[in-house]
Every structure is written in structure tokens, then in C-alpha cells.
Design a protein around this ligand. Structure first.
Ligand code: DOR
Ligand code: ZN
Length: 360
């Protein structure tokens, strides 16, 4: 029997079942070719839409690139599955303003991604000098096209654990003072500084939070032996930051929403002397989030985080369909690996049993 009704959805007695509008992932890496084919169903099974990262080789820079990539994604989607890729352009110092304006007008491109050059996987074509892209950012501010930021400075003198906080102080805040109308998504925030900055940023600022940053801190990566499958960028920080992220995600505040940053790399490149950054969470994110939100006594706020806050920021409707999760005595048994043709991809393992099963 329903105990109470919120937003027209039912939360059953003792919260053993939860039904939400179909969620979206506001930050996802799908790659291309055989890897795309292998990982796309993992997202499409649970998510109606996702913001698709453009850091391919070569990157998705122009509207034409985005149209072609979107077609490849849709062609890779198994029959009977529905999924809408929300495309992004990779900002370079050569990006053409008119093309960005056309891309936004097409309705197909929903954001432009800023990678500081060298910050992460395939970011070498990113931005070295922000003044070079100001004309593009001015156009985006005028037309309301959001900028998604990989918020880390790349200066080798800045400690890797401080790179997000320094980015906020030296890049993001000055940029937003100069262009207050620019709509910005702070992608995958990992620090209490990120949480606080997003909280005070007004209607033009939002932040995505990944699943894995709600679960691991830097000890999980480094203590008791190095765990390459927990390594991602921005790297997980100390425990107080993980707790700040949990508080933000479960706060019910609309400026925080889910962006998994699920990022497949084959095991051979993760378990390597110079391992790639990325956690692959597409398969089990919804179960993990239900677990985390329940731990925080905030299961009723999961719906806002995964289904409402993102569409509200991007000016899109909430999805029509629903997803249902049930808490069962037996733990979830998701696959350890996704078998892609280029090699196996390890699914993120939280290190504890999870009982929230996605049932429809
Ligand atoms: O961990 C990450 N992996 N962080 C990023 O910013 C990029 C991503 C990837 O593309 O592998
Ligand atoms: Zn990413």
C-alpha cells in the first residue's frame, strides 16, 4: 500500500520499491565504433537521454561532426531500445562562432565542452588560452547555450588534488564575472569548494556529480594497493569532500544533478604502467545511487537528482516513461566486465553489497 505520494509517484511502505520518471545522464562517454556498440546498451537500458562527451579521436568539434556522431550512436542502438543522445561540441581555440550558433539552432547540440588542454583523456585539442575562445563564449552567453567545464587547471606546479579548487578561483570565477549570462555546468565536481561554488552561483550555474565520487575517496584508490579501476579525473579527493558531495547530491537542490562520467577503457589500458582515467558505471549507477540515497535517508530525493534537475537546467521536458527499483534480500549481481570487441571493460565495483535491483 502506498504510504505517501510525492510528485504523483508512489513510495511504498518501508521504501522497498521506488518508481521514478526515466532518468537522464548529464555526462557520458560512449566512444565510437566497437566500443560504442558494446557500452551503449548499458546506458540505454536505464537512461532515456544523455549528454554525450565529444572527446573522441579526432574530437567532435563542428555541427557536422556532431550530426555524424549522433547518427553513429543511433545506428549502434539495439532494436527495441530508445535513447536520445544530446550532443556536445568540443571547444578548441579554432572553434567557429557561426558554426556554434548553427549547432544550437539545430536543436541537436545542447552544450559546448571546455577541456583545458592536457586535463584528461583526449584533451590535447582543448583550450590553452581562454582569451582565444572568448568570442565563442560571448555567442553562447547571448543564445543561452551552456558551457560544460572540465574544471581542473593543468599547471604542473598545482597539486593534482588542488586542481579543481584552483580552477574555480583562477578560471571559472573570473570567467563568470566577465560573462555572467553564460550558462555553466561544473562537470563532475569532487570537492567541497566545488559544492559551495555551485551553491552560490545563481540560476546560470549547475553542477553534475558522478556516482563513483559519492562512493570512493582517495584511500580507496591508493591504500592497500593501487586500484586502477577507481582512478578517474578529477581524481577522488579526501573523505570530507566525498561527504560534501553526498550532502549536495541528496540536498534536493536543483543545481545538482547526475552526470555519471561513465568512461570505458579496456582493462589492458587501465591495468597499465600509465593507466587511463575513467570509471565505468553505466551498468550499475541506478542501483548504486538508490543505495547511497537510502544510506543518507534521502531516497525521496533521488528522483530530483536523476530525473528533474537536469532537464530543468537544460530546458527540456522530464521523460515520460518510468524506471522501478526494488530492494531485495539478495545482492545485485551485475557483470564484472562488459565484453567489448577491443577488450574487456571492468564495471565499477563499490566494494559492498547493493540490494536495489532495477526491475523495469
Ligand atoms: O576519468 C575520466 N575519464 N575523466 C575525464 O575527464 C575523461 C574520461 C575519459 O574520457 O576517459
Ligand atoms: Zn567525462
Amino acid at each position: 500500500m502506498p504510504l505517501e505520494t510525492r510528485s504523483g509517484l508512489r513510495y511504498l511502505r518501508a521504501m522497498h520499491s521506488i518508481t521514478l520518471p526515466r532518468p537522464d545522464d548529464w555526462h557520458l562517454h560512449l566512444r565510437d565504433g566497437a566500443m560504442l556498440k558494446a557500452v551503449l546498451p548499458e546506458s540505454a537500458r536505464h537512461f532515456a537521454r544523455a549528454i554525450i562527451m565529444p572527446n573522441l579521436v579526432p574530437p567532435v568539434v563542428t555541427l557536422d561532426d556532431a550530426v555524424a556522431y549522433r547518427d553513429r550512436i543511433l545506428a549502434a542502438l539495439p532494436g527495441g531500445m530508445a535513447f536520445e543522445p544530446l550532443m556536445t561540441l568540443y571547444l578548441t581555440e579554432g572553434t567557429d562562432r557561426a558554426d556554434v550558433e548553427r549547432a544550437a539552432a539545430s536543436g541537436l547540440v545542447k552544450a559546448v565542452k571546455l577541456y583545458p588542454a592536457g586535463a584528461t583523456t583526449n584533451s590535447h585539442s582543448g583550450v590553452r588560452d581562454l582569451t582565444k575562445v572568448m568570442p565563442v563564449l560571448e555567442v553562447m552567453a547571448r543564445i543561452g547555450l551552456p558551457l560544460c567545464t572540465h574544471g581542473e587547471v593543468t599547471d604542473s606546479h598545482v597539486d593534482i588534488f588542488d586542481r579543481e579548487a584552483v580552477f574555480i578561483d583562477t578560471v571559472l570565477d573570473p570567467l563568470r564575472r566577465r560573462l555572467p549570462e553564460l550558462r555553466v555546468v561544473m562537470e563532475h565536481i569532487t570537492t567541497e569548494e566545488g559544492v559551495a561554488y555551485a551553491a552560490g552561483g545563481g540560476a546560470n550555474l549547475a553542477a553534475t556529480i558522478t556516482t563513483h565520487h559519492l562512493i570512493i575517496n582517495r584511500n580507496h584508490i591508493l591504500a592497500g594497493g593501487i586500484k586502477p579501476h577507481y582512478y578517474c579525473l578529477p581524481v577522488a579527493k579526501r573523505e570530507k569532500h566525498r561527504l560534501a558531495l553526498r550532502k549536495a547530491a541528496t540536498s534536493g537542490l536543483p543545481r545538482y544533478f547526475l552526470g555519471t562520467d561513465s568512461a570505458p577503457h579496456v582493462d589492458a589500458l587501465k591495468e597499465h604502467a600509465c593507466g587511463c582515467a575513467g570509471c565505468f558505471t553505466a551498468t550499475n549507477t541506478m542501483s548504486l545511487l538508490a543505495h547511497v540515497f537510502e544510506e543518507e535517508g534521502a531516497l525521496d530525493r533521488l528522483e530530483g537528482f536523476v530525473s528533474h534537475h537536469g532537464p530543468a537546467f537544460y530546458g527540456l521536458p522530464v521523460n515520460q516513461g518510468t524506471i522501478t527499483l526494488e530492494k531485495r534480500p539478495e545482492p545485485c549481481a551485475w557483470p564484472e566486465k562488459i565484453h567489448a570487441e577491443p577488450g574487456p571493460v571492468t564495471v565499477f565495483q563499490p566494494g559492498f553489497p547493493v540490494h536495489w535491483h532495477v526491475v523495469t
